[in-house]
Ligand binder design. Structure first.
Ligand SMILES: Nc1ncnc2c1ncn2[C@@H]1O[C@H](COP(=O)(O)OP(=O)(O)OP(=O)(O)O)[C@@H](O)[C@H]1O
Length: 225
């Protein structure tokens, strides 16, 4: 088992009122699985994804990543997991508009422990761009790209450090059906090569393409095989 959550709870404060969004989530995810996280707006999908991805602390409960207890990790180990274990794909892309596709994708390499030469970096960026079918745009500025192309750049950046798990928050949300399907094709091809995928989606057609669906309802997760 690659990822496990044990009785994960998350409470937010909105003003003086407490809002218990996750009331006790128990999940087990195996390597190579394709999981959709679905549920109504505000049900806690992004919250759950971010807790699993070490971007947000749980109020209670525990997350295990490759057997390690997340709560006991030192900051350095957490940073390493964020950089190497997870690849994050968000809807808002978080790309640098004025920079080229190459410059945007090499960013995670700048934070990696093993320093790369310029030509090594170029080769790695070319390889991931080939995986997402965007080689020809390597020197294009991001601001000149379409929504679907931007999402492909975001995926390329997420996989450049060869993560084990891809966490995707509504990666098809801003795209039309055809481009959304194409992005899903790319994510599926990565799973075929051994990666694990957790994808938050409102789109039932995208969810149906996954091995299992985690449906958040009233703070708990119902699992559909
Ligand atoms: N930082 C925060 N502080 C207070 N409340 C928050 C915070 N982040 C999220 N919430 C609340 O927690 C609930 C769950 O939010 P979350 O973004 O996880 O839902 P979601 O299922 O991903 O929603 P959507 O489908 O609309 O993106 C919402 O009611 C939201 O307002």
């Amino acid at each position: 088992m690659l990822i496990k959550t044990e009785n994960v709870k998350k409470e937010y404060m909105s003003g003086k009122k407490k809002n218990l969004v996750l009331k006790g989530v128990n999940l087990e995810i195996n390597a190579g699985e394709k999981i959709a996280i679905v549920g109504p707006s505000g049900s806690g999908k992004t919250t759950l994804l971010n807790i699993i991805g070490l971007l947000l602390p749980a109020t209670e409960g525990e997350v295990y990543l490759a057997g390690k207890r997340a709560s006991t990790l030192k900051e350095k180990e957490r940073a390493k997991l964020r950089n190497k274990f997870f690849g994050y794909v968000f809807q808002e892309f978080l790309l640098v508009e004025e920079d080229t596709v190459f410059q945007n994708i090499e960013i995670p390499l700048l934070y990696s422990l093993t320093k790369k030469t310029k030509s090594e970096k170029r080769k790695m960026v070319e390889e991931v761009l080939e995986k997402v079918g965007l080689e020809v745009k390597i020197n294009e500025k991001v601001r000149n790209l379409s929504g679907g192309e931007r999402q492909r750049v975001a995926i390329a950046r997420a996989i450049i450090n060869d993560p084990e798990v891809i966490l995707a928050d509504e990666p098809t949300g801003s795209l039309d059906a055809e481009n959304g399907e194409k992005i899903m094709d790319i994510l599926e091809s990565l799973v075929d090569k051994g990666k694990t995928l957790l994808i938050v989606t409102h789109n039932e057609a995208i969810a149906k393409r996954c091995d299992r669906i985690f449906r958040i309802k009233d703070g708990y997760v119902e699992i559909e095989e």
